[in-house]
Write a protein that binds this ligand. Structure first.
Ligand code: KIV
Ligand code: ZN
Length: 517
């Protein structure tokens, strides 16, 4: 029997995931996610694109300074300034990687880069050498590899391996590939490139045709030993390959895949929830592995089978991915140190005593209304507290809504704007519509509401509702999140959160794939 290989899991939730419109995260939110990824034993965390903005640089730096067990990576175009900025951000990492890329497809080279293939090779080699002078671990990507010429990729990849690249990534940037063709491309690259044994071959698939996971797995069958993926499949357009699906396919079918990962799969569900709550991208109920229905056996026939012998209808155990691990952690009698300890286990460290005191007061108030407090409740509570303590421009004070059958709903709201309370009232089609209209009487933001969604954070009718509001303004898309037992209050908090994101300058950052070299 041949020895099993190790498959490197490279998570790009914080970089490619954050490129989804509306998914931008604060440094604190990124750190919380990075800690969850480290706990899950992700091998490489792509923390961001350091040159994109000062905020992105500081986020990569903070993650590099904090995370010890995973390699921290920064993306950079094949440009000197990008590479130097990435190296600077990674300076204190225990293990740092620079990921540099340039497009290799005819359409990208001609229309986006306006460069000849020879110039592209020259840029790639020069960038990899520059990166290798600063870190030992360098990844090179052929952007739009899915539509690139295989002979040209063989040439450029051979040259960058000679220049010191240690990982070669073959992204299907536009989600165009189909599994057997993509797997075959990986096999050919490995077989034809004379120095291919000096690098790990990696795949990075987008999900435009719903094939990202299938393409990644076919590539693994054909020799890829790193998969780039995101939690919940978050990512540009239709997203990236989903980490949980790739990892669980590998774990569930050891007869088929001759590789293992380091992932602690029991951390999957809590990490999925954290990413969903931080970004405001809900997980669809029938999403594989992490959807609420993924392990629910509704039909009588299935239930009967599962009760008699679990494997009749279950191919994985719910507890292996962390379902049922959301045990009731605390109630109204839990003390401050138990509260702090549980949050530390979840990766949250309070920056100040003020933050801890505020969070604990909120916890007590929640525990008065809801006697079972789950990890998900705590995560939502931490998000709310951090926003409150950060003294953002808008914050929720109180509201009163009146909604009787046959009458026009009305909302009276009190919000704080730069520390000064302001009141407004409005009617609306429903209580939420009335609330948003009342807020707009104060904020006058000129935005359009693009999405409104409500999810229960936990089970039961006393669950907190988690609301996502997406606003659009002048081409910018901003998500806001809010959680509360009262879903109208959660809606108001989510709307105000989106307005706060709009007021911050998070929109002014560089997109890695827009400008090119
Ligand atoms: O999809 C893509 O090509 C990318 C690269 C920057 C790796 O995200
Ligand atoms: Zn991508």
């Amino acid at each position: 029997m041949s020895a099993r290989d190790q498959l490197v899991i490279f998570d790009t939730t914080l970089r490619d995931g954050e490129q989804s419109p509306g998914a931008s995260m604060t440094q604190d939110e990124k750190l919380r996610i990075a800690k969850a990824l480290e706990r899950m034993r992700v091998d490489v965390i792509e923390a961001g694109f350091a040159i994109a903005s000062q905020g992105d640089f500081e986020s990569v730096q903070a993650i590099a300074n904090t995370i010890k067990d995973s390699t921290i990576c920064s993306l950079s175009r094949a440009m000197d300034a990008d590479i130097d900025r990435a190296a600077e951000a990674l300076k204190n990492a225990n293990s740092g990687r620079i990921h540099t890329f340039i497009a290799t497809s005819p359409i990208h080279m001609e229309y986006k880069l306006r460069m000849t293939p020879e110039q592209v090779i020259e840029h790639a080699v020069r960038s990899v050498k520059r990166a290798r002078n600063q870190v030992a671990d360098v990844e090179f990507s052929c952007e739009d590899a899915g539509r690139s010429d295989i002979d040209f990729m063989c040439r450029i990849v051979e040259a960058v391996i000679d220049a010191g690249a240690t990982t070669i990534n073959v992204p299907d940037t536009v989600g165009y590939a189909v599994p057997s063709q993509y797997g075959n491309t990986i096999r050919q690259l490995i077989e034809r490139i004379p120095n291919s044994d000096k690098a790990i071959f990696s795949v990075h698939c987008h999900n435009d045709l719903g094939l990202a996971v299938a393409n990644s797995l076919d590539a693994v069958m054909n020799g890829a030993r790193q998969v780039e993926c995101t939690i919940n499949g978050l990512g540009e357009r239709a997203g990236n390959a989903s980490l949980e699906e790739v990892v669980m396919a590998i774990k569930t079918r050891p007869d088929f895949f001759n590789v293992d990962t380091n992932i602690r799969t029991e951390e999957i569900v809590s990490t999925s929830r954290l990413v969903s709550s931080v970004t405001g991208f809900p997980v669809q109920p029938n999403k594989a592995i992490v959807g609420a229905n993924a392990f629910a056996h509704e039909s009588g026939i299935h239930q009967d089978g599962v009760i008699k012998h679990r494997e009749t209808y279950e191919i994985m155990r719910a507890e292996d991915v962390g379902w049922n691990a959301n045990k009731m952690v605390m109630g109204k009698h839990s003390g401050r140190s138990a509260f702090r300890a549980r949050l530390e286990e979840l990766g949250t460290v309070f920056d100040t005593e003020k933050e801890l005191n505020e969070a604990f007061a909120r916890f007590k108030s929640l525990a008065d209304k809801k006697h079972e407090i789950f990890d998900e409740d705590l995560q939502a509570l931490v998000s709310d507290t951090k926003k409150f303590v950060a003294s953002e421009r808008y914050s929720f004070v109180s509201l009163s809504v009146c909604s009787n059958t046959g009458d026009v709903p009305n909302c009276d709201i009190n919000i704080s704007v730069d520390g000064v309370e302001q009141k407004a009232s409005s009617e609306g089609a429903g209580p939420v519509d009335a609330t948003f209209k009342a807020i707009e009487k104060v904020a006058n933001s000129g935005t359009e509401l693009a999405l409104f969604s409500v999810n229960a954070i936990t089970g039961g009718t006393d669950s907190q509702g988690e609301v996502t509001v997406r606003l659009e303004s002048g081409g910018r898309v901003i998500n806001g999140r809010g959680a509360d037992i009262d879903i109208v209050v959660a809606s108001a908090k989510a709307y105000l959160d989106a307005l706060n994101h709009l007021a911050s300058d998070a929109g002014s950052k560089d997109h890695p794939q827009k400008s090119g070299v």
